[in-house]
Design a protein around this ligand. Structure first.
Ligand code: CTP
Length: 475
């Protein structure tokens, strides 16, 4: 391998010669570094975040670049970190001065000292992220790769530039980043690194929940998220992040009866669903769909292992888990809760698919009925091909039935065919309990199939219910 190959095509975009010019005006050297170079060499599409390291002041370079750009865009400066950010169309440029000493998260006075390019590369997380391309006119596009990062890209290895103990203690989030990159890129983490992560796993405690969740999102969005969760498990990081998942691991046997290992099952479900959807929150739902199984597990002499009401308990745990991880407790959380709560409903239906049960399913799941079916299909992890086909076909029948019933009865975004206003006017009522009772009775009658989801039928039914409640129509 040539020691210093040149990649001019990586620097085709006109912003690069402009940065080069700006750096030359300030008589400093500058380099493109990190993810942009890595992703270029991996052919991973056009990265929109570009990191520039200046041997000198990153902030001064950012300002000079802005000065040369038409329209003189605004430079955002982060003084504490000595970095500056600039947006050029869809591109985000991040400028940093080359540093010598690494800083620690908990130190109030980050010991940042100016350094050379190589000093800066030393303090980066992985060899594949320490690759730099020169922006100097005479060496434009030359790769600077002191730790053989390019070879690691080819061998698909995650390795730290320095002793992994140093790299990870500089920023323990890197333990998660290693696992995230290994999952996203399908790379292997070098043994020394893996050992260091395992040894220092408890250091993840000092990292903010927000940064942890960012990495978890990225793991979940990979092609095969189980790879990341298996590594989290193997390195001992998982208990700090998801003790609820750890609690699902293991198989118990009583009186010759065994239940499945719900941890490994969950990971299979997450991989399955990742083949059919890129929706992050549906993938979260797959990850958490069985978390209620650990606290609800019982052995019953007659029926064997049961996890009674695990969906209900699981949905409550979703709230606590989101809260603990400082994730927003918004409609996304409610969606995950709903999926967990309803995760067994289509399975029950599959054995006896009646119109009324399907109407109730559509009513309860609303717009998320498709997602729920996707989750249930991913939940089939049996290794018995006969059973697998049987379950798949059952769900296919449920899906067909949902379509048929919805086309006829329009339950998905159910609007009461007779409004509360109309009930009040009809019987001359003030707001009262009776109105709720009648409204509910109409809804139930529709879901049960006693009456069609139509105005005339609903009005007749309202009159009938009113009579039962001794109400007389006034108009
Ligand atoms: N970096 C680091 N340690 C960290 C975070 C980042 O050394 N804890 C360095 C790496 O060199 C990395 C660069 O900063 O390449 C930019 O970080 P970031 O934008 O977070 O990651 P990328 O590598 O660009 O990858 P991605 O965009 O996929 O997160």
């Amino acid at each position: 391998m040539h020691p210093n190959p040149t990649y001019r095509t990586a620097l085709d975009h006109p912003i690069f010669p402009l940065i080069s010019q700006a750096a030359s005006n300030l008589k400093m050297d500058s380099y493109v570094i990190g993810g942009y170079v890595r992703d270029f060499l991996l052919n991973r599409g056009d990265a929109k975040d570009i990191d520039i390291v200046a041997v000198g002041s990153g902030i001064a370079l950012a300002k000079e670049v802005a000065r040369l750009l038409p329209g003189k865009p605004k430079v955002s400066i982060f003084k504490t970190y000595g970095t500056a950010m600039l947006k050029v169309g869809a591109i985000e440029l991040e400028f940093v001065g080359a540093r010598k000493e690494s800083y620690t998260e908990d130190s109030r006075n980050p010991a940042v000292e100016n350094g050379t390019l190589e000093d800066d590369q030393n303090r980066r997380d992985f060899t594949i992220n320490a690759l730099a391309l020169s922006l100097q006119k005479d060496t434009y596009g030359v790769l600077l790769d002191p730790f053989n990062g390019r070879e690691d890209l080819e061998k698909k290895v995650i390795r730290t530039p320095l002793d992994p103990e140093i790299t990870y203690s500089d920023d323990p989030l890197r333990m998660l980043r290693a696992i995230r990159f290994a999952t996203q890129l399908d790379f292997t983490i070098e043994k020394a690194s893996l050992d260091a992560i395992t040894k220092n796993s408890d250091r993840i405690k000092i990292i903010s929940e927000e940064r942890i969740v960012d990495e978890i999102h990225k793991i979940l969005l990979a092609d095969q998220p189980s790879k990341g969760f298996t590594l989290l498990h193997k390195t001992g990081l998982l208990p700090y992040i998801f003790p609820e998942l750890v609690a699902l691991e293991g198989i118990e046997e009583k009186e010759g009866q065994r239940h499945k290992d719900n941890f490994w099952h969950t990971l299979e479900v997450v991989d399955n669903i990742s083949k059919t959807t890129d929706d992050l929150w549906l993938r979260w739902a797959a990850l958490l769909h069985d978390i209620g199984k650990a606290p609800t597990k019982r052995f019953d002499k007659k029926i064997g292992w049961t996890f009674h009401a695990h969906e209900f308990v699981g949905a409550k745990m979703v709230y606590k888990l989101f809260k603990r991880l400082k994730m927003p407790l918004n409609d996304k959380m409610k969606f995950v809760q709903k999926m967990v709560l309803m995760s067994s409903r289509p399975i029950v239906l599959a054995s006896d698919v009646t119109d009324s049960a399907v109407r109730r399913l559509i009513f309860d799941a609303g717009d998320h009925v498709e997602d729920l079916m996707t989750l249930c299909e991913a939940d089939i992890t049996t290794k018995n091909p006969k059973k697998f086909n049987k379950y798949q076909n059952n769900f296919k029948l449920v899906r067909d039935k949902i379509e048929e019933v919805e086309a006829r009865d329009h339950i998905r975004n159910f609007q009461p065919p007779v409004s509360g206003e109309e009930i009040m006017e009809t019987f001359g009522l003030k707001p009262s309990r009776e109105i709720g009772i009648i409204k509910d009775a109409i809804k139930e009658a529709i879901l049960e199939g006693e009456i069609p989801n139509e105005y005339a039928a609903a009005r007749d039914y309202m009159l009938k219910k009113g009579a039962e409640l001794n109400l007389t129509p006034v108009k």
